[in-house]
Design a binder for this molecule. Structure first.
Ligand code: FFO
Ligand code: GTP
Ligand code: MG
Length: 439
């Protein structure tokens, strides 16, 4: 018998908008009794059957709905414990009445993420896979869907588990050095240990070097649009948004607050931030806008540096996409400070297709895995791998077998916390609290 949650919990697992069907999900030790109370005898496991749902089926008291019922005896269920699903007609009054009946019979509403938390505690998935489930439910773009699905299927977990296996082997040899210091162990043993640690460090460093890529896919690539007043930044934002999101005017200094719109490029979620035009100004509000603009430029994954054909810049931001606007009024230089200019006109639409393609290329370059390894997708992952890697580097520096062994154990622990195999009680509220209710 696996872990049984203290309580039997339930939640509406389908959305709350108007819909045809509502799924109520129930999990916990009392599930069988609850299901019998609602609709009589237990259906065959994992098969949809049509049943009447009663306030109390034993007395045929108060018919609540006619619904598809699925009975999932543990451990072959999502949570690993007994559970069932009711696929009800989605009327709010039905959901309300069936929920009330469940409470009457002893169940309680689930906390956010509580079903998946139980699946984790029952060993049905590790912590990284559980985080993948949360990401999958939130996925809005093809890139997010693909990455989250791979993570729930264990791609990242398998890599970390593989590292943990290799580390375990190294640790075993290191223990031998500690336990038998005087038996002349061949020098190859220590050489082998050091080579294995070095190769683990190399793999971890490659993974860390891919840095923000997975997080960018998960959260979205952020572009900040910057440049002097009147360059056409807000006009560009409106074209990217395909609507009149920002105020456009011939008055320099129109935009003050930063304005963000969300879209998708090359299947990746993207955020474009329109910002105040950069210039020295006496106007206090505009000056605050300029400060905010510079903040967004610093935070962004990529800067779209814009200028008007009659007002080209001297300097170019690092890694900027340099856009020369208003080709309808004057020609723009082919390049500035060695950086190619993308010539466009938001008035005549010249160059806009090329610009879109360039932005798509940037998005791909900022998100593609170059190592072929699965990408880390959260700050928690990069912190864990960096932790493990730092311990391994320290282990390389230690000559004392005991001290090296200790660093290896610390590295092991850091990897274990990543997948949730050791000491993660303190992390669970933070992780599962971000889920929606019913997952
Ligand atoms: N109706 C419904 N649809 C759903 C879910 C659900 O819980 N209910 N899911 C929930 O997120 C997802 C599918 N994930 C699931 C994962 C495992 C099991 C499960 O019961 N697994 C058992 C039995 C497998 C089998 O019959 O072969 C097992 O793995 O042992 C169910 C759903 C998406 N669609
Ligand atoms: N001729 C011409 N005018 C343009 C073009 N793109 C934008 N404009 C005009 O240039 C003016 C400034 O455009 P905005 O988009 O408000 O410029 P901005 O960079 O957001 O300006 P601030 O918010 O003041 O920093 C507006 O009158 C636009 O209609 C273009 O390609 N050609
Ligand atoms: Mg503007």
């Amino acid at each position: 018998m696996g872990y049984q949650g203290e309580d039997t919990i339930f939640a509406l697992s389908s959305g709350v908008e108007r819909a045809a069907i509502a799924v109520l999900r129930v999990s916990g030790g009392e599930s069988a009794r609850l299901l019998v109370q609602l609709c009589g005898k237990l259906p065959p496991p994992r098969q949809a059957v049509l049943r009447r749902i009663w306030q109390d089926a034993t007395t045929r008291d108060n018919l609540l709905d006619e619904a598809l019922v699925l009975w999932f005896p543990g451990p072959r269920s999502y949570t690993g414990e007994d559970g069932f699903e009711l696929h009800l007609h989605a009327g709010p009054a039905i959901i309300q009445a069936v929920s009330a009946a469940l409470v009457d019979h002893g169940a309680r509403p689930a906390e956010p993420g509580e079903f998946t938390r139980r699946a984790f505690l029952n060993g049905r998935m590790d912590l990284i896979e559980a985080e993948g489930v949360a990401d999958l439910v939130n996925a809005e773009t093809e890139g997010q869907r693909r990455q989250a699905l791979a993570q729930t299927e264990g791609a990242l977990s398998r890599m970390y588990d593989g590292w943990a296996q290799r580390l375990k082997r190294v640790l075993a040899f290191q223990e031998a050095l500690i336990d038998f210091p005087d038996e002349d162990l061949p020098p190859e043993v220590e050489e082998g240990i050091l080579a294995d640690i070095a190769s683990l460090i190399a793999d971890m460093e490659r993974h860390i070097a891919e840095g923000q890529r997975g997080e960018r896919i998960r959260r979205g690539v952020v572009f900040a649009i910057t440049g002097p007043p009147n360059a056409g930044k807000s006009s560009l934002l409106n074209w990217l948004a395909d609507r009149d999101a920002a105020i456009v005017s011939p008055i320099a200094g129109t935009t003050r607050d930063a304005l963000e719109i969300v879209g998708s490029l090359a299947g990746i979620r993207v955020t474009f931030v329109d910002t105040a035009g950069l210039r020295e100004t006496e106007d206090e509000i505009e000056a605050e806008g300029v400060r905010r603009a510079l903040f967004h430029v610093k935070q962004a994954d990529c800067v779209i540096q814009m200028f008007a054909a009659d007002d080209p810049p001297q300097t170019v931001f690092a890694n900027a996409v340099l856009v020369g606007n208003k080709t309808d009024i004057a020609p723009v230089p082919v390049e500035i400070a060695g950086v190619a200019v993308v010539p466009i006109s938001l008035k005549t639409a010249q160059g806009l297709d090329t610009l879109r393609q360039m932005l798509e290329d940037r998005v791909r370059a900022l998100t593609a895995s170059s190592s072929g390894m699965p990408l880390l997708t959260r700050a928690r992952h990069s912190a864990g791998v960096k932790d493990a890697c730092a311990c391994l580097r320290e282990a390389m520096r230690q000559d004392w077998p005991e001290m090296r062994g200790e660093e290896l154990r610390l590295a092991m622990r850091a990897l274990g916390r990543l997948t949730g195999h050791v000491g993660v009680e303190d992390l669970l509220d933070a992780i599962f609290g971000q889920f929606c209710i019913g997952k």
